[in-house]
Design a protein around this ligand. Structure first.
Ligand SMILES: Cc1cc2nc3c(=O)[nH]c(=O)nc-3n(C[C@H](O)[C@H](O)[C@H](O)COP(=O)(O)OP(=O)(O)OC[C@H]3O[C@@H](n4cnc5c(N)ncnc54)[C@H](O)[C@@H]3O)c2cc1C
Ligand code: SF4
Length: 333
C-alpha cells in the first residue's frame, strides 16, 4: 500500500478545510474522508484509491439519529448501518430501509459501515478493482473491457458506451424510494441535495459518480415524515442467501385504498448505474387496481428502457419478477 498522512480534525469545519485542498472529490481524489473504511481501505489495498491524506471523521459529532421538526428522521453521516437498521423508528416507519440494510454485506461489515460511506460505496466491477486492466471509471480514456468481457453482474439501465458498472448499494435503493435528502457541509456552506440528484449517470465521465466537490462532507441524511397507512418492502435477489450483492432488487413504498393504488414510490437495485428510481412504474400504478396484472405492467414499464449486455440479459426478466413480487407482497401485507 502507498504511504499517506492520517489526519484527525477537531471539528467538521477543519475536516472540510483539509479536504477542500483536494483537486477532486471523484475518482483519484488526493484527500479522502474515512468513516467505517470498508470501501476505502479495500480500494487502497488494491491501489485503486491512493489518497495522500486520509481524514478520520469518526470523532466528529455526526453519529445521531433524531426526529426532525417536520416529523421525519435525521440520520447522522457516521451512524453505523446496523444501528440504523435496528433503530425502533426505522423499523416502525421506514421498514424498507431497515430491510435493505439488513440484506447487505455481513453483520461485521454492517457494524462498521456508515450511512455516508454506504452512499459513496464504489462499483464491484472486476475491471475497476484491478489496476492491471483498463477502465474508464478508474482511468478516463483507457476503455471499458466489461462491455465485451465479464458483465453478468453489471447494469442494464443508465449505461453508456463508456461504462456499464452497477451501483451496488442496497441502502441507497431504499433511500431513493423514501425520497431522502442528503445534507452536505462544504467550503461555501451547507446545502441539501435531493436523493435523485446526488448520483450521476456515467455518460462520458464515469469517473465522476456524484455531485460532490472537494471539501464536501456529508453531515446527515433526512427522511420525510412517513405516509400514513403505507406498506414497505425491500426484496433482494442474489446468487446466494447472504454476503452477496444484488442481481436485482426492489424497494417499494405503496399505499392502497379501496383496492386501488393511491401512491407508489419505487426504486430498483442491481440493475442500474445509479440507485434507480422508476417514475415509469409509479405512474403505471397510481389509480389502478392493486392486482398482479397491474404489478406486472408496472414492472414492464420500469424495465422498458433496459439494454442488455452479452451476459446480463437475464437481469431484465429477473428485475421485473422482483418488482412485481415486491409489489404483491406489499399490497397483501
Ligand atoms: C465483502 C463486502 C460485502 C459487501 N456487501 C454489500 C451488500 O451486499 N450491499 C451493500 O449495499 N453494500 C455491501 N458492501 C459495501 C458496504 O456497505 C460499504 O463498504 C459501506 O457501506 C461503506 O461505508 P464505510 O463507512 O465503511 O465507508 P468508507 O470506506 O469509510 O468510505 C467510503 C467512501 O465514502 C467517503 N465518505 C465516508 N464518509 C463520508 C462523509 N461523511 N462525507 C463525504 N465522504 C465520505 C470516503 O471518503 C470513501 O470515499 C459490502 C462490502 C464488503 C467489503
Ligand atoms: S463498466 Fe465501468 S467500471 Fe467496469 S470496466 Fe467499464 S468503465 Fe470500468
Amino acid at each position: 500500500m502507498h504511504t499517506f498522512q492520517f489526519v484527525r480534525p477537531p471539528d467538521s469545519a477543519a475536516a472540510v478545510a483539509t479536504a477542500a485542498q483536494a483537486k477532486t472529490a471523484q475518482q483519484g481524489a488526493d484527500a479522502r474522508f474515512i468513516a467505517g473504511g470498508t470501501t476505502l481501505l479495500d480500494l487502497m489495498k488494491l491501489n485503486v484509491e491512493t489518497p495522500a491524506r486520509v481524514i478520520d471523521i469518526n470523532r466528529l459529532p455526526l453519529g445521531k439519529i433524531e426526529a426532525t421538526p417536520e416529523g421525519g428522521l435525521a440520520i447522522g453521516a457516521t451512524v453505523r448501518n446496523s444501528d440504523l437498521a435496528h433503530h425502533p423508528t426505522v423499523e416502525r416507519d421506514y421498514a424498507v430501509l431497515s430491510q435493505a440494510l439488513l440484506s447487505g454485506a455481513s453483520a461485521q461489515l454492517r457494524n462498521m459501515a456508515t450511512t455516508a460511506g454506504n452512499l459513496l460505496q464504489r462499483t464491484r466491477c472486476m475491471y475497476f478493482r484491478d489496476t492491471a486492466m483498463p477502465c474508464n471509471k478508474r482511468e478516463p480514456g483507457t476503455g471499458c473491457p466489461a462491455i465485451t468481457g465479464s458483465n453478468r453482474m453489471l447494469a442494464v439501465l443508465g449505461t453508456s458506451d463508456q461504462c456499464i458498472a452497477t451501483n451496488p448499494s442496497d441502502m441507497c435503493v431504499a433511500m431513493a424510494a423514501l425520497e431522502a435528502t442528503i445534507h452536505v457541509q462544504g467550503p461555501k456552506g451547507t446545502r441539501a441535495i435531493p436523493f435523485g440528484d446526488f448520483h450521476l449517470l456515467p455518460g462520458s465521465t464515469p469517473n465522476r459518480e456524484t455531485v460532490l466537490e472537494p471539501g464536501d462532507l456529508i453531515t446527515h441524511v433526512t427522511l420525510p415524515p412517513p405516509v400514513a397507512g403505507n406498506k414497505q418492502v425491500y426484496l433482494k435477489l442474489r446468487d446466494r442467501a447472504s454476503y452477496e450483492f444484488a442481481l436485482a432488487s426492489a424497494a417499494v413504498v405503496l399505499t392502497v385504498a379501496g383496492g386501488k393504488v393511491t401512491r407508489a414510490r419505487i426504486a430498483l437495485g442491481g440493475v442500474g448505474t445509479k440507485p434507480w428510481r422508476s417514475p415509469e412504474a409509479e405512474a403505471a400504478l397510481v389509480g389502478q387496481a392493486a392486482n398482479e396484472a397491474n404489478f406486472r405492467k408496472a414492472a414492464e414499464a420500469a424495465m422498458r428502457s433496459a439494454k442488455p449486455q452479452s451476459e446480463n440479459g437475464f437481469k431484465i426478466e429477473l428485475a421485473k419478477r422482483c418488482l412485481a413480487h415486491a409489489l404483491q407482497t406489499a399490497a397483501t401485507s
